[in-house]
Design a protein around this ligand. Structure first.
Ligand SMILES: C[S@@+](CC[C@H](N)C(=O)[O-])C[C@H]1O[C@@H](n2cnc3c(N)ncnc32)[C@H](O)[C@@H]1O
Length: 259
């Protein structure tokens, strides 16, 4: 038996159901090798044994693997477009009970930003966001809702005053915002997608996927959207074959689903 990266990928799949074949290999392997040596372990086989035996190391591995940096209102210009153009257009088309999915939501910064952005257009009682991520640890953090000052730096001042309370050096998001978000664990590469969404937000995760995996996810998002629904992607991303997948391009970061 050769205990190489191929072996490691299979073992990781058995343990986590994360398919490392769908992630860009060079980058991922380098990250994993760094973590293994930081743990003072030599060889994939020994690291797999460690992951099988030690729940703390296992969680640390999944958390590290999934690269979960996030922040509120990440790329504020795009949130401005969401607020001024996209949300009003969606309300006009579908009314105020919008079905919204924040996919790969990390520590909650993105779905909570969505709630705040929507709060400019409707009462909180109308807002329900489904927020999913593969990583249980980030979901747990999201549910706590405590953030460093720099994570909330781009939140508009009035919303910051209204929805955050300073607790020591951190900021606690208001319960009324939390109540609008339902968190669930979900693997974009494996699990079923929700249907008839009006807005899907998926940003800064597909950059880690191979081209094939990325295309598959974009195609599946298209199937998940209601006709004339909208997909909001990250600032370094683009959908090359968007027409074949049933999208039209609204601008660089927003794609509409054809009627
Ligand atoms: C860099 S963060 C992006 C967070 C947020 N969307 C943003 O733009 O700020 C990437 C997130 O993708 C999640 N992720 C990685 N692979 C995933 C998969 N196969 N399915 C679902 N989420 C995944 C990670 O756990 C991580 O929280």
């Amino acid at each position: 038996m050769v205990y190489d990266y191929e072996y490691f990928k299979k073992e990781v799949y058995k343990l986590t159901k994360i398919d490392l074949n769908a992630y860009k290999e060079k980058q991922m392997k380098r990250r994993i090798d760094t973590l293994i040596s930081k743990n003072g372990i030599v060889g994939y086989e020994n690291y797999v044994k460690c992951l099988q035996a030690d729940q703390v190391r296992f969680e640390e591995f999944v958390n590290y693997l999934t690269i979960n940096v996030s922040e509120f209102y990440r790329n504020p210009d795009q949130w401005e477009l969401l607020d001024k153009e996209v949300i009003p257009a969606l309300i006009k088309r579908f009314g105020k009970d919008l079905k919204i999915w924040s996919a790969a939501c990390s520590t909650g910064d993105e779905p909570y930003s969505l709630v705040m952005a929507l709060s400019r257009h409707m009462p909180l009682s109308h807002i329900h966001i489904l927020a999913t991520d593969i990583d249980k640890q980030v979901i747990a953090k999201a549910k706590v809702g405590l953030y460093a000052e720099k994570s909330i730096a781009s939140v508009p001042d009035d919303l910051k005053r209204r929805f955050f309370t300073k607790v020591g050096a951190s900021y606690q998001i208001a319960q009324e915002i939390k109540d609008c978000v339902e968190f669930r664990q979900h693997n974009l590469l494996k699990d079923e997608y929700p249907a008839q969404c009006h807005l899907i937000v998926c940003r800064n995760v597909l950059i880690y996927f191979t081209e094939e995996a990325k295309e598959e996810v974009f195609a599946r998002f298209s199937k998940s959207l209601a006709p004339e629904g909208c997909l909001f992607i990250g600032s370094t991303e683009q959908i090359i074959q968007y027409k074949d997948m049933g999208y039209y391009r609204m601008n660089s970061f927003f794609y509409g689903k054809n009627k």
